[in-house]
Design a protein around this ligand. Structure first.
Ligand SMILES: [Zn+2]
Length: 395
């Protein structure tokens, strides 16, 4: 006898609206496709929004690194004595990260990239706990996993810690044997990694999407054989823009001759610079310098509020300088060279848009990535279960 109902949610990082339409992917599995506005920021902001239905100012996660008076990364400052050839070496950084993950007990996603070690006294990780598990967020913020857990709904989830084929194998086993589940979410970063290097390369991207579609189709077929009703949701967090220009933002700010730390602090992400100032004079000087740079713009407080990334304590920056779509900060604390594609530009740009595709029409029609939360909640039969949301809505 078949099991009852199942929601299969496939979270495909960076499978933007534009690429999903260009390649007409997943049309058989999930023919109902909706364009979604993403949020300003990177996956570390967008994924929490999808899992909670809240903007970054609501769930608390915006950038991977936040200003902190008592950073738990402070012990790493001792590595700043290492010469750059060692301290910035990929293998060293990778080993350090593995060691740090074991030692710190942090289960969230983070990476040290090329961040200068001296900055770890001032900057801490915003995602310390696994957001793909209950209890991933601070305070009263609930993710879909908190709700599933609280309602006692059987579910499974695979996040970035499991590679795609292993996750699909485990999901297949779960579908055919074992106890029934009501909801399964599988996250994969395979398209994100591929698109960073190959966006615009029709053959490579097309072949990768075709392979992914085949893999997902096999799993859905298994699910349909085992469950009498299967909802398929395939969605992303953002798109990918082609890199068209680079700017050495660090050099531009350094040219002012100000003293980092004494005068200001800066964090250079791949598409934005975030600044904190020690005096009004320095704020004015840096702001003036940034305003003269044509390939980006200083975001106003209104911009930040409108995008849902306003934080009263300014832990993610007192001033944010955002590059125009296609222009990368190089070098940045994220990398020494520019990949072929990047995300993290204004959500207004069409390459930033994410997508959600569904086997059934979605009601109400999703228009932002925050609406993915509601789509998952409704499909899993959890309506009315989300706590403390305006008007009792589920997202
Ligand atoms: Zn990415």
């Amino acid at each position: 006898m078949k099991k009852e109902r199942l929601t299969l949610a496939f979270f495909i990082d960076a499978l933007g609206w534009r690429i999903s339409r260009e390649f007409r992917c997943f049309e058989e599995l999930a023919p109902h496709a909706y364009r979604q506005r993403t949020i300003l920021g990177y996956s570390c902001a967008a994924q929490p929004t999808i899992l909670t239905g809240l903007p970054p100012s609501g769930h608390g996660h915006w950038a991977m690194f936040e200003r902190s008076g008592r950073s738990e990364l402070a012990p790493l400052v001792r590595f700043s004595v290492l010469p750059d050839t060692v301290g910035r070496h990929r293998r060293f950084r990778r080993r350090l990260l593995q060691w740090h993950r074991r030692r710190s007990g942090f289960t969230g996603y983070y990476n040290f990239y090329r961040i200068p070690f001296r900055l770890f006294r001032e900057f801490d990780i915003s995602e310390k706990r696994d957001i793909y598990a209950p209890g991933g967020f601070d305070g009263a913020v609930e993710s879909i996993f908190d709700i599933l857990e609280r309602r006692g709904v059987p579910y499974r989830v695979w996040n970035w810690k499991t590679d795609l084929d292993t996750a699909l194998g485990e999901l297949s086993e779960c579908l055919t044997g074992g106890a029934p589940v009501r909801f399964a979410l599988l996250y994969t970063a395979v398209m994100d990694a591929l698109l960073h290097e190959h966006v615009g390369d029709v053959d490579v991207v097309g072949a990768a999407l075709e392979e992914l579609e085949k893999k997902l189709s096999r799993v859905v077929e298994l699910a349909r054989g085992a469950y009498s009703e299967v909802d398929v949701l395939i969605f992303s967090d953002h798109g990918m823009a082609r890199t068209t220009a680079e700017i050495d933002l660090m050099a531009a700010v350094d040219s002012l001759g100000l003293a980092p730390k004494r005068d200001y602090l800066a964090f250079y992400d791949s598409t934005m610079g975030r600044f904190w100032f020690e005096s009004e004079r320095v704020r004015e000087e840096i702001t003036k310098k940034l305003r003269a740079i044509e390939c980006g713009r200083v975001l106003t407080d209104d911009d930040l509020r409108r995008e849902g990334v306003w934080f009263d304590d300014r832990r993610y920056g007192e001033l944010v300088f955002l590059m125009n779509p296609g222009t990368l900060v190089v070098p940045s604390y994220m990398g020494a060279s520019a990949p072929r594609g990047m995300h993290g530009f204004t959500p207004e740009h069409e390459d930033s848009d994410a997508a959600i595709m569904s086997s059934k029409p979605l009601e109400p029609e999703p228009s932002t990535i925050a609406d993915t939360f509601g789509a998952m909640v409704r499909s899993a039969g959890l309506e009315g279960a989300a706590r403390g949301r305006p008007g009792g809505a589920d997202g």
